[in-house]
Write a protein that binds this ligand. Structure first.
Ligand code: PEP
Ligand code: MN
Length: 346
């Protein structure tokens, strides 16, 4: 159960309400979200109707848990998240593209160019890479973040990049528009909490073995620290098939939409691991009701330092987004376009 307070509630009224709520319904967790105070009462399974009458209570929201702030009941029409001037979860379909990892200025510039000319509106690129082997390229760290920020300045594309541990979050917030939490860190609770306090939108990938409840509880960790801007990303789960890198669970998209108000995007690159499957799965993600996709692109996949095998060539990305444009138009969810921007000083 969630009790939403009016913006005019004062400290004394809040204290009184907290006291009587907790006496009747167990622990209460006050959360400040978008300038409003929400009182999360995880044990209040029955009605808290008497509180509806309180002059400073706007509404009570029935949520049975284990997640509450992420529950569909809080915003039944769905929530929207703004990233670098574009919206995820609004009336349009949002395409994010870029390399798995930031490698060099030239490589990133070529990927940003590929993203823009294909019609993507946000640029991805990892500076902190969670690699399976310690001997593989680990990312450029802060230098990579600076390169990403430089490309944001030149291209006008908002940026998405991963943090793998809590102390990287503030740096990502300094240089990028959205922090990604990867599959391997979906239940890294200190990292989730730090992302909740960072004041920038979060792209929360599904843990490769996570249930929906676990995934939405991870989102709840971020939101309960006061950050409402969470976008979920289905990126494939572990199953027994060896034909694809992971198993893309597209049925999770409408499932999560039923349970949560948060926008959901799909990663057809990391899930399939196969450039030939990225196109079909991108179109299928749109048809399944996803709010967007995040796609790997690299001008020279064979030379990529990370995940080159799954990266599309720029012309392949363009052809897929051309097809996607027709599919999303038919679905009544046209592609989100890059906002116009003032010319940069030379
Ligand atoms: C990535 O996006 O580069 C990445 C590592 O993704 P995931 O966490 O889904 O494997
Ligand atoms: Mn990758």
């Amino acid at each position: 159960m969630i009790v939403e307070m009016s913006r005019t509630v004062n400290a004394h009224q809040l204290e009184q309400l907290l006291k009587s709520l907790s006496e009747q319904h167990g622990p209460v967790h006050p959360v400040s979200l978008d300038g409003r105070t929400l009182l999360v009462c995880p044990k209040a399974l029955g009605p808290v109707a008497d509180f509806d009458q309180h002059p400073e209570v706007l509404r009570t929201v029935h949520s049975t848990g284990p997640f509450h702030l992420a529950a569909r009941a809080l915003y039944p029409s769905g929530s929207r998240v703004r990233v670098g001037g574009v919206e995820i979860g609004g009336p349009g379909f949002t395409v994010i593209a870029g390399p798995c990892a930031v490698e060099t200025e030239e490589q990133l510039a070529a990927a940003a160019e590929a993203a823009i000319s294909a019609g993507a509106v946000l640029l991805r690129g990892g500076a902190y890479k969670p690699r399976t082997s310690p001997y593989e390229f680990q990312g450029l760290g802060e230098l990579g973040l600076r390169m990403l920020a430089g490309q944001r300045h030149l291209s006008g594309l908002g940026t998405v990049t991963e943090a793998t541990q809590p102390d990287e979050v503030a740096l990502v917030a300094e240089w990028a528009d959205m922090v990604q939490i990867g599959t391997r860190n979906m239940q890294n609770f200190p990292l989730l909490k730090e992302a909740g306090r960072a004041g920038l939108p979060v792209l929360l990938k599904r843990g490769m073995t996570a249930t929906v409840d676990e995934w939405l509880c991870a989102a709840e960790y971020i939101m309960s620290e006061g950050n409402p801007d969470v976008v979920l990303c289905e990126r494939g789960i572990r199953a027994f098939g060896r034909e694809t890198r992971f198993t893309l669970d597209l049925s999770i998209v409408p499932t999560v939409k039923r349970l949560s108000h948060l926008p959901v995007i799909v990663d057809p690159s990391h899930s399939t691991g196969d450039p030939a499957l990225v196109g079909p799965m991108t179109l299928a993600a749109a048809a399944a009701g996803a709010d967007g996709v995040i796609i790997d692109v690299h001008a020279d996949p064979a030379a990529a330092l990370c995940d080159g095998r799954q990266a599309l060539l720029p012309e392949e990305l363009k052809s897929i987004i051309d097809d996607l444009d027709r599919v999303t138009a038919a679905l009544g969810r046209p592609l989100v376009r890059q906002p116009a921007r003032a010319a940069l000083p030379i």
